[in-house]
Design a protein around this ligand. Structure first.
Ligand code: KG4
Ligand code: ZN
Length: 330
């Protein structure tokens, strides 16, 4: 048959493999999470991540083939994340893909991880109406991009320092709430009052983000306050984050033709962000697309879908590892 793509993703702390057909249907998607391994460090420990990928990648590929009930002969190409990401983690996926490609006699295509995220909303059903503004908010990245269609993507603005997920995780650690920080900070915030005026860096200019000042403001407040109320600090932090994200989305949408706003990444699980994004879209009259979280966080199906874009265009980018790689460089 040879009409399927095997996607491989190991850019951070998830070891993932998936089989996707030319229409974007996901025949299988396997993700081995390392969250428990990293929990005691309060964040991803790169060397631990790379070693765990080595143990998990071949079983993940085998499971992806077996769940999809296909064999290597059914694979037309292998798509693998080539960056951005942790170099040790990327190398495990790239070496695995290259070896399988050589052994099976299949082409190997290197995919920009961020392009994968941007395509994730079209997995399984073509939901996105183009042109679209995409907000990616995860532990590793925070940026706004513009998609004229599924292939033509431009970066509108990215973070100058921390990602929003990182800010959530650091805030949670300072508040003694554990890791990952997003869900626990959101939950504490719901029981608190946003009474502390934390800063909103870069709120009134452009489409770039900055979260390190907000993170430092939380640290300063905690060290200067005798008995801080965790719920109120969380509520104030979340309010600042939401105001920044929504204001930037609004600026991006109103500045260009736009049919939909897509929000992806782990922070898209935030009930506060989902509610605020929905309010904004109603107000400005664009469709809101919130893909299921399994496609919105790191997975290999999005890498396989982006691989199909290249196969359909007849372009084969080389699978060279890149720690920092802009979307435009494919
Ligand atoms: O996309 P993701 O699963 O992994 C990568 O970073 O690639 O994103 C993880 C991030 C973490 O920082 C986590 O704290 C955050 O997503 N997160 C949330 C929520 N659930 C996870 N942030 C805010 N609210 C949530 N409910
Ligand atoms: Zn990611």
């Amino acid at each position: 048959m040879a009409e399927l793509v095997l996607g491989i993703e190991t850019s951070c702390d998830d070891t993932a493999a998936a089989i996707v057909d030319p229409e974007g249907n996901v025949l299988s998607s396997v993700t081995a999470s390392q969250a428990l391994l990293h929990a005691k460090f309060g964040g991803v420990f790169p060397e631990v991540a790379a070693r765990a990928h080595i143990n998990k990648i071949i079983p993940a590929v085998e499971e992806a083939l077996s769940v999809a009930k296909v064999s290597p002969e059914d694979i037309r190409a292998i798509g693998v994340t080539r960056g951005p990401g942790l170099i040790g983690s990327l190398l495990v996926g790239l070496n695995t893909a290259t070896s399988l490609g050589l052994g099976w006699g299949k082409p190997v295509i290197g995919i920009n991880h961020l392009r994968g995220h941007l395509r994730s909303a079209d997995l399984e059903s073509k939901k996105v109406k183009y042109p679209a503004v995409i907000l990616l908010v995860s532990g590793g990245h925070t940026f706004l991009a513009y998609m004229e269609d599924a292939v033509n993507i431009s970066l509108l603005g990215t973070t100058r320092d921390d990602s929003v997920g990182e800010a959530y995780d650091k805030a949670a650690r300072m508040l003694g709430l554990g890791y990952p920080g997003g869900p626990v900070v959101d939950k504490a915030a719901m029981a608190g009052k946003p009474s502390i005026p934390f800063p909103r860096p870069l709120l009134n200019s452009g489409l770039e983000f900055s979260f390190s000042g907000l993170k430092s403001a939380v640290a300063r407040y905690l060290s200067a306050t005798e008995s801080p109320v965790v719920e109120d600090v969380s509520a104030s932090f979340v309010e600042a984050v939401m105001e920044i994200l929504i204001k930037k989305c609004q600026r991006a949408i109103t500045g260009r033709p736009c049919a939909s706003l897509v929000v992806v990444g782990g922070v898209a699980a935030s009930p506060q962000l989902r509610a605020e994004a929905s309010r904004l879209c109603e107000e400005v009259g664009v469709e809101l697309c919130l893909p299921p979280l399994r496609w919105s966080t790191d997975n290999a199906a999005m890498i396989a879908l982006a691989t199909w874009d290249y196969l359909n265009l007849g372009v084969s980018p080389q699978p060279v590892p890149q720690v920092r790689l802009p979307i435009s460089e494919f």
